[in-house]
Write a protein that binds this ligand. Sequence first.
Ligand SMILES: Nc1nc2c(ncn2[C@@H]2O[C@H](COP(=O)(O)OP(=O)(O)O)[C@@H](O)[C@H]2O)c(=O)[nH]1
Ligand SMILES: [Mg+2]
Length: 330
Amino acid sequence: MFSIFRRKKAGTGVEQTTVREKPRDDQDPLEARLARTRSHLAGLFGLIGSSTTIDDALLEDIETTLLTADLGVAATTRILDQLSQGIRAGLVKTPADVLPAVQAELYAMIEPCEQFLAVETTKKPFVILMVGVNGVGKTTTIGKLARRYLDDGLTVMLAAGDTFRAAAVEQLRTWGERNNVPVVSQGQGADSAAVIFDALQSAKARNIDVLIADTAGRLHTQSHLMAELGKIRRVMAKIDPEAPHEVMLVVDAGTGQNALVQARQFNQAVDLTGITVTKLDGTARGGIVFAIAEELSIPIRFIGVGERAVDLRPFDAGTFVHAVLPVSAG
Ligand SMILES: Nc1nc2c(ncn2[C@@H]2O[C@H](COP(=O)(O)OP(=O)(O)O)[C@@H](O)[C@H]2O)c(=O)[nH]1
Ligand SMILES: [Mg+2]
């Protein structure tokens, strides 16, 4: 599913590996996976189709549609401001000019967040720490990520850092057994930081390429659990000062504006380096992706569009915008 490009990192002479996606036979087009998500923004087509001029009523309806699609206030305001500017400048003259303008602005909003997670094989292991609230898809995403890296020929190890629920440790263990991936665990109630410390030590000893660490779901209000993430970071640094190389927040697009609140709060607490937005295949309103990009500018690494291993896609701004608002130029 991926091809690996090895290239020298600029100026350093160090070989760096980046991973890019190639289309796979068993992948549906993104448009198909996002069909239900798209229906929210598709309301714009009806509005434009039934308007003969651009007036305040149309602009208000556009605003409502964007807010309803979960874009949030900041992203919606940006689009409306941009439209007004376009109208004043004479670039947006008729209703037909509106959608391409909206689409262009949506793209401009998320394009800076299209920064694919490059696993650097010089860092052994490259450590990914997964964080987020309960049920957003952390463990599932770990399975999907591990599958990708295995397919790329990388060696993978998992750390069962969600020690809160026995089922969570079991979920990861079962997955590891099925896929022949070592899973470091200590059972329910163990100290999460200790499990991850052991895993990092073991991954180093075994020359593993990628270590992915699960953590228990937590809310920003649970200060002891947020502090635990700090402890995890500190113990990792004892073995490798650069670890974790990626702190990835997972949010469930189906939770709407809550996902934005979670991103904001986790970012304040642990300095996120990337976000994965899951469950965009469901009834989620894809606007949350734009809301997160506009407010936080954190790289959006992947989107989850289903429960199968192939349903984790690298975030591609152009493809995403076309999937949720299919306007063709000209
Ligand atoms: N439809 C859909 N379901 C997902 C996706 N990602 C995760 N899930 C489901 O969400 C539920 C919770 O996932 P889990 O990984 O256990 O969440 P965790 O508590 O954050 O570890 C499971 O039933 C997953 O199958 C996705 O992208 N699409
Ligand atoms: Mg889990």
